[in-house]
Design a protein around this ligand. Structure first.
Ligand code: ATP
Ligand code: MG
Length: 255
């Protein structure tokens, strides 16, 4: 009798050991899939940010082909933007492996103005007013390239929220230092965000835009990148929106 019980217990132990091995194999598979998914998202993020840089760079080069007076400007632009692309590549990949550049002193007003210039198209050409309300002497210590990517993505979203509406088209950039934090807000008077979308907009690949035609715009990555960078800077990003009246994104980071 006791032998029968022992045999049964032994077979349960063997069954349990087999199940444990299966669970461990599944865990490993899951870790592998998660790594691949992260890699896929990171690759898409780098491609997304490169596209933001390459589009204005190509436009300049094409203009210079038909207007030789612009050649010098196009070359300078290509050199600047090429450098920015390598820095961005490093910044985004550094978010996952911890090899991030050191923080430096950054004048915020200048950073925002340079970011707008880097977009390659004067907002006024699209009838967009873009007041920048930042104290000229606001200098913070931060990872410049990372902050610049956040500003660029927020401004690009605000721009696309107002570009097809009737004037006035308004995108405001406001920043102040408050109790050892930098608070930066990008707001617009576009169509705003539907309440049911508010909880989804920071997820990678969530978009309400029509990409298509091989377009790299409208992939639903801009805000996912912003959220990841802001978290890596030890801060947070929040959104407020009144549908039909506009949206405001507020970033707050230690500075
Ligand atoms: N300023 C804004 N006004 C209205 N809706 C916005 C605004 N910013 C973001 N959204 C909404 O959030 C969604 C996600 O934004 P996100 O920047 O992540 O992706 P995207 O702009 O659609 O595509 P991508 O940035 O990859 O080109 C947008 O599709 C849009 O619906
Ligand atoms: Mg976007």
């Amino acid at each position: 009798m006791s032998t029968a019980v022992e045999t049964k217990a032994q077979s349960h132990r063997e069954e349990l050991a087999k199940l444990e091995m299966e669970v461990e194999a599944l865990r490993q598979q899951l870790r592998h899939t998660q790594r691949l998914a992260t890699l896929g998202t990171m690759t898409a993020m780098v491609a997304h940010e490169f596209n933001n840089i390459l589009t204005p760079m190509i436009n300049y080069a094409q203009l210079a082909r038909s207007n030789p007076a612009l050649v010098d400007k196009a070359i300078m632009r290509a050199a600047d933007d090429g450098l920015r692309a390598t820095e961005i590549c490093g910044a985004i990949l550094g978010l996952t492996d911890g090899s991030r550049a050191a923080p430096t002193e950054v004048n915020l007003d200048q950073l925002v103005r340079r970011t707008v210039a880097a977009m390659g198209r004067d907002p006024r050409k699209d009838g967009i007013e873009m007041p920048i309300d930042i104290p000229a002497n606001l200098v913070i210590r931060i990872r410049r390239i990372e902050l610049q990517q956040v500003v660029l993505n927020l401004i690009m979203n605000a721009r696309s929220a107002v570009i097809d509406k009737a004037p006035p088209r308004l995108v405001r950039v406001w920043a102040r230092r408050k109790r050892k934090r930098l608070v930066l807000r990008v707001s617009d008077n576009g169509g705003g965000i539907a309440a049911k979308h508010l909880s989804k907009i920071f997820e990678p690949f969530f978009t309400t835009k029509q990409g298509g035609n091989g377009s790299t715009d409208g992939r639903g990555l801009g805000l996912a990148i912003c959220r990841q960078i802001v978290a890596a800077l030890g801060g947070r990003i929040e959104v407020e929106s009144t549908p039909g009246q506009g949206a405001a994104f507020t970033v707050s980071v230690p500075a």
